[in-house]
Write a protein that binds this ligand. Structure first.
Ligand SMILES: NC(=O)c1ccc[n+]([C@@H]2O[C@H](COP(=O)([O-])OP(=O)(O)OC[C@H]3O[C@@H](n4cnc5c(N)ncnc54)[C@H](OP(=O)(O)O)[C@@H]3O)[C@@H](O)[C@H]2O)c1
Length: 369
């Protein structure tokens, strides 16, 4: 059967808005053993989408941005390992490293899972890239090497500091370490304390508090801290979290969602867990090792049982399909630049009005028309 026609939002040059035109689509026989073709019904937006759109990252143009998608399985090679997990028509969610802003997207079978029956696409689509990123840094052999989450894991008496617990990556990190038995100690703004606690954080601290370093060190040094994960704060998160690690009486492992620079300046007592630029595992292989915490292990069952929360909650910006992607990228950029004011603007765009008390962290979503 001839593959269906495909369209994509093309990035033709840095700092240009996306342009919609045709794109190629692999035939079902071209997918190979571990790839699945998905017809997309919902796309989630990440900060990297506007950052990659705005800057010249040395990428080969034209290219297609976008990572998080949910939809229905359109094709899988019969008899392949992927076909033993997914069938045509299955409702699925997952992510790819760019190439997501298309009508039809190819996903790795290790980086996708079925959508629970009672869930709309807009819900699990928020998770893909962020849970995989969190899992890699928390559980990966090159990073914090924490114990994996599992249903009913007993508390192990150790803590993990999640710096930036209200971010999309942090929202997943809190849930994952808590499900593995650790006490999640998190930082965020005061307005997000309830949100972060609702994800399972044992203690929450305001990172803008002048005494936050001392308060966190006192908390972490009450017992054994298994590590620090910096999940937000592009400009200053690493420095602030390293300050905590250095002041602790324990030698603390530290991993970050943003590259840690000037390693020669890292103080004693901080064990940075980071690969050198030349040793990075390429996409998508870097996410495969830790799928026991995500798509191939803990996540599907925890999601279906309600143990794992959809966080940050989805905020549907439009249902214009590909025609609505650029608007959502622009709103994500506004959130990145203006913080809470940007989030309010997104609420007003989505709901027509905003009640200050209802503004929580959100993940922007575009749905198929
Ligand atoms: N999204 C991904 O999948 C992904 C993948 C790889 C790497 N990363 C990196 O991970 C980081 C988080 O990404 P994200 O998508 O999760 O971001 P996000 O959801 O847009 O996070 C924004 C939130 O981060 C918090 N924040 C900002 N500055 C902070 C600071 N100095 N200390 C603590 N919290 C701070 C703020 O929380 P409050 O409102 O509570 O102040 C803000 O609302 C980014 O720096 C990104 O480069 C993300």
């Amino acid at each position: 059967m001839a593959p269906p026609a495909n369209r994509a939002v093309w990035q033709d040059a840095p700092a240009a808005p996306g342009v919609i035109r045709d794109s190629t689509i692999p035939g079902s026989d071209e997918l190979g053993d571990h790839k699945v073709l998905v017809k997309v019904h919902a796309w989630a937006i990440n900060p990297c989408d506007y950052m990659l759109q705005d800057r010249d990252m040395g990428l080969a143009y034209p290219m297609i941005l976008g990572c998080d998608v949910a939809g229905t399985v359109e094709a899988v090679v019969p008899g392949s390992p992927a076909a033993s997990k997914f069938s045509v028509g299955d409702r699925v969610f997952g992510f790819c490293a760019n190439n997501g802003f298309q009508e039809y997207v190819v996903l790795e079978d290790k980086l996708m899972a079925k959508v629970p029956d009672n869930m709309a696409y807009r819900e699990p689509v928020v998770l893909g890239l962020c849970i995989a990123t969190s899992a890699m840094f928390l559980f990966g052999e090159d990073y914090l090497q924490l114990e994996y989450p599992r249903p009913g894991a007993p508390k192990n008496g150790k803590s993990v500091l999640i710096w930036g617990g209200s971010s999309a990556v942090g929202s997943n990190a809190i849930q994952l370490v808590t499900a593995a038995g650790y006490d999640a100690i998190a930082t965020c703004s005061k307005k997000n304390f309830d949100y972060v606690k609702s994800l399972g954080a044992a203690q929450v601290f305001d990172y803008k508090d002048a005494d936050v370093t001392e308060k966190l060190v006192a908390e972490l040094d009450k017992g054994e801290c298994a590590g620090i994960f910096m999940a937000a704060g592009l400009k200053d998160g690493n420095a602030a979290a390293i300050k905590v690690a250095a002041a602790s009486k324990q030698t603390l492992k530290f991993a970050s969602s943003n590259f840690i620079e000037n390693l020669e300046e890292i103080p004693k007592g901080v064990e940075v867990k980071q690969l050198s630029p030349g040793s990075f595992k390429p996409f998508p292989i870097c996410w495969f090792e830790t799928t026991p915490a995500t798509f191939e292990g803990y996540l599907p069952q925890a999601l279906a049982s309600g143990a794992y929360k959809i966080a940050p909650p989805p905020l549907v910006i439009n249902n214009k399909g590909l025609e609505g992607i650029q608007e959502a990228i622009d709103l994500q950029r506004m959130i990145g630049e203006k913080g809470q004011e940007g989030v309010k603007a997104a609420f007003i765009r989505a709901k027509g009005e905003v009640n200050e008390d209802e503004v929580t962290p959100v993940k922007l979503i575009v749905e198929r028309a």
